[in-house]
Design a protein around this ligand. Structure first.
Ligand SMILES: [Zn+2]
Length: 239
């Protein structure tokens, strides 16, 4: 560190000396040619190991993208939903592109949170529309799929779920199961993830940075519910 600082000082000092003198015109093209011939300089180009920048694209969603998850009579029209195509960090330690459908009014919330998750390289198993599972919540969870919109009733209720409004998301549902008050899960592959707090790839814990990121945009975590806990679930305003 000391050596580098000294060298930087020397360079700065020489630049500063040069600047004090009248600058010979010939130096300008030399400098710019040098810069041009070295496009791979660390300052100009990311290192080969740096991941691609986070991207999120918000678009209208057509009826045919939601063949199973939307139908007439759902509480939010599909024209009020949006498809977000976005970067996420995979369990394989690589960047991926996933898709989420949410209500138009919450797209900024979701992009804000997922930009953070990607920046932290916080891992997500996979992210497909629930239509890839014919809108079957059980099958999507069993596949550890992260998804948002699904026009369905709340678990164990005749009321619409917040997912039916496009204002809820389930993240890594295997690592973050819905756990009944008696401590059980409907998914055998999630049985080792029913305790909190616990360490593990893609696991959400009370007060962690994922919970905080959602909280900052007004989304509450199902892990704070009394009785049954829904560790995968975040929703706008709770519920
Ligand atoms: Zn949910």
């Amino acid at each position: 560190m000391k050596r580098a600082a000294t060298m930087a000082f020397v360079v700065l000092a020489s630049v500063s000396c040069g600047a004090a003198e009248p600058v010979p015109p010939a130096r300008v093209p030399v400098t710019s040619t040098t810069a041009y011939e070295k496009p791979a300089s660390p300052a100009a180009t990311p290192s080969p190991t740096a991941p691609p920048a986070f991207k999120a694209k918000v678009s209208n969603v057509s009826r045919d993208r939601l063949p199973y998850s939307w139908r007439p009579g759902c509480p939010v029209h599909y024209r009020d939903l949006r498809l977000i195509t976005l970067s996420y960090w995979g369990f394989d330690g690589k960047p991926h592109t996933g898709e989420l459908v949410v209500r138009e009014t919450v797209t900024d919330d979701i992009v804000t949170v997922f930009r953070k998750l990607y920046g932290w390289r916080w891992p997500i198993k996979q992210m497909k529309l629930v239509d890839a599972y014919k809108a079957d919540d059980f099958d999507s969870i069993e596949a550890d799929n992260t998804s948002a919109f699904n026009c369905r009733r709340a678990t164990g209720s005749s009321n619409w779920s917040n997912h039916a409004y496009g204002e809820a998301i389930d993240i890594n549902p295997r690592e973050n199961p819905y756990v009944t008050a008696s401590g059980s899960t409907a998914h055998e592959n999630a049985e080792k993830f029913t305790e909190r707090p616990m360490k593990g790839k893609g696991v959400i814990n009370p007060g962690d940075k994922v919970v905080k990121a959602f909280s900052q945009v007004g989304w509450e975590w199902g892990g704070y519910w009394s009785g049954a806990k829904d560790y995968q679930h975040f929703s706008k305003g709770g519920g």
